[in-house]
Design a protein around this ligand. Structure first.
Ligand SMILES: C[S@@+](CC[C@H](N)C(=O)[O-])C[C@H]1O[C@@H](n2cnc3c(N)ncnc32)[C@H](O)[C@@H]1O
Length: 474
């Protein structure tokens, strides 16, 4: 079949991985009838679509969505939907129960071949998100002239998300269901202020003009808000930033939940929000609480973006080995990023060692450990594969391994070395069912570990993202 061939009236069956959907070709030609088709783009299962062939291989076709001929029966217009391709919520028109079914099926699908390696695979029901809407505690908006799908025009001013796949465009809307009403209200005030000032928005192509980004961080348990206001301070027509200070002073009077404001003095050529930070209001961090722990989070620090569900996820991780926790002397936490999983474990075991590549991710860990009276932890700023090699050479061991690797892969040396430990349990937390499945197949083949339990947890409603916790034991 030639590239660019149009395939009409194809029924979409299911999601197989990431945003690849699966369908089958129906044809009178028995050579190609029933051939597998992988569709890239957002589609809803059971819709009927027209496709364009991108690649045709002997056993499958890769195709791109052209248009939807018949809507899926599971699709229901969400009253909060203002535009279904709005960045970050492509599944907004799929009712939440159906979203969960799709995610659960995707896990089963990805792990299907594992069942040949181990009988009786137990997949627990997916743990739904505590909040379905308004769940993000961090959001970044960009100032940009826009040409959107709905409004095919360019203006002197706008502020919203970058369009998915098209970073030179943004959408123009006034609110999003991803964040709370309070955060939406603050966003709108800032947008109106910037627009009324008549200073121009930054142009990424020309590398000039003024307003650049707004980052809002809102903590759900403590109700504190941080604002990072990014402007190009080298723009020659703005002599001083007093008008911004005045506006923000009034804003904090109106919204006492704002406890921290930074200006990001940003003449960086790259399109990033955080550059030279200047604290202009009150605290240099905001505080969040998770599972009896308090965290101070500074503007550059990572943190799970769905606070309520982070708590649910960590509780699930703890519960995997809850009965045996008190017997663990040493826990290794590999790829720890937000320094939260190990703090949760440090409360219950004798010692935790955490390994992470990016130094800046560790920024607040020492302070937070002290704040929570945790002295039994150490942080290693190294590649996991290098750390494991020297750790094993020194005949060190551990009682539990927790791994939460990056989406794309675990270095093969690290995966091999993880299996050299005597540890009775491994907890594998994964945000990618495809790599999880590949790694589990390796672990089952190359070691005595068996899968005890698989628990999918939804952290990001209205998206295809899914977190999976796997308990392995030997
Ligand atoms: C999925 S995140 C971990 C999430 C984290 N456990 C949490 O609770 O938020 C993966 C992390 O692995 C780190 N990473 C990637 N490759 C690495 C390597 N070779 N060695 C150590 N860390 C690595 C990334 O910097 C990232 O922070």
């Amino acid at each position: 079949m030639k590239k660019n061939t149009i395939l009409e009236n194809i029924l979409v069956e299911k999601l197989v991985f990431w945003w690849k959907w699966f369908a089958r070709l129906k044809s009178d030609n028995k050579d190609i009838d029933w051939k597998a088709i992988f569709i890239t783009w957002w589609v809803i299962p059971q819709s009927v679509v027209n496709l364009r062939v991108l690649k045709s291989r002997s056993d499958f076709i890769e195709a791109q969505l052209l248009d939807v001929v018949k809507k899926s029966p599971i699709e229901k217009e969400n009253k909060n939907n203002i535009y279904w391709m709005q960045a970050w919520i492509p599944w907004i028109n799929i009712p939440y129960e159906e979203q969960l079914k799709i995610k659960e099926n995707q896990i089963k699908e990805s792990l299907f071949h594992i069942s040949k390696l181990q009988n009786n695979l137990e997949i627990s029901p997916i743990v739904p998100s505590w909040l379905i809407d308004n769940y993000r505690n961090k959001i970044e908006f960009s100032f940009w002239k826009f040409i959107s799908k709905n409004q095919n025009k360019e203006e002197h001013f706008n502020l919203w998300f970058h369009k998915q796949w098209e970073f030179s465009k943004i959408e123009d809307f006034d609110w999003t269901i991803l964040i709370s009403k309070l955060a939406n209200d603050i966003y709108k005030e800032i947008k109106e202020f910037a627009k009324a000032s008549w200073y121009p928005v930054y142009d990424q192509f020309d590398q000039k003009w003024f307003f650049r980004h707004i980052v809002l961080r809102e903590w759900f348990f403590t109700k504190q808000i941080m604002i990072i206001f990014s402007v190009n301070h080298k723009y020659e027509w703005v002599k001083n930033l007093d008008f911004i200070y005045d506006f923000l002073n009034n804003l904090v009077k109106k919204y006492p939940q704002i406890t921290s404001i930074y200006l990001s003095l940003n003449d960086n050529k790259a399109d990033i929000a955080i550059w030279e930070l200047e604290l202009i209001y009150w605290k240099n961090f905001i505080e969040e609480k998770l599972l009896d722990l308090t965290f101070n989070i500074s503007p550059k620090s990572f943190f799970q973006t769905n606070s309520f569900q982070a708590e649910v996820l960590y509780k699930e991780v703890l519960n995997q080995v809850w009965d045996e926790l008190k017997d663990f002397n040493k826990v290794l936490d590999l790829y720890w990023w937000t320094w939260t999983i190990w703090m949760v474990f440090a409360k219950h075991v004798k010692e935790v060692i955490s390994v992470e590549l990016i130094e800046s991710a560790s920024k607040d860990w020492e302070l937070n450990a002290l704040k929570n009276n945790l002295t039994n932890i150490s942080f290693v700023n190294k590649k996991v594969e290098d750390f494991l090699k020297s750790y094993l050479e020194n005949n060190q061991n551990c009682d539990l391994l927790i791994i939460d690797p990056p989406r794309t892969w675990i270095h093969p040396d690290a995966l091999r070395d993880i299996l050299k430990f005597d540890s009775r349990y491994i907890i594998y937390v994964s945000c990618n069912p495809a790599t999880l499945s590949r790694d589990l197949a390796y672990i089952l083949k190359e070691s005595e570990y068996k899968i005890k339990k698989i628990t999918p947890v939804d952290m990001f409603p209205h998206t295809h993202h899914i977190e999976t916790i796997v308990l392995l034991w030997k």
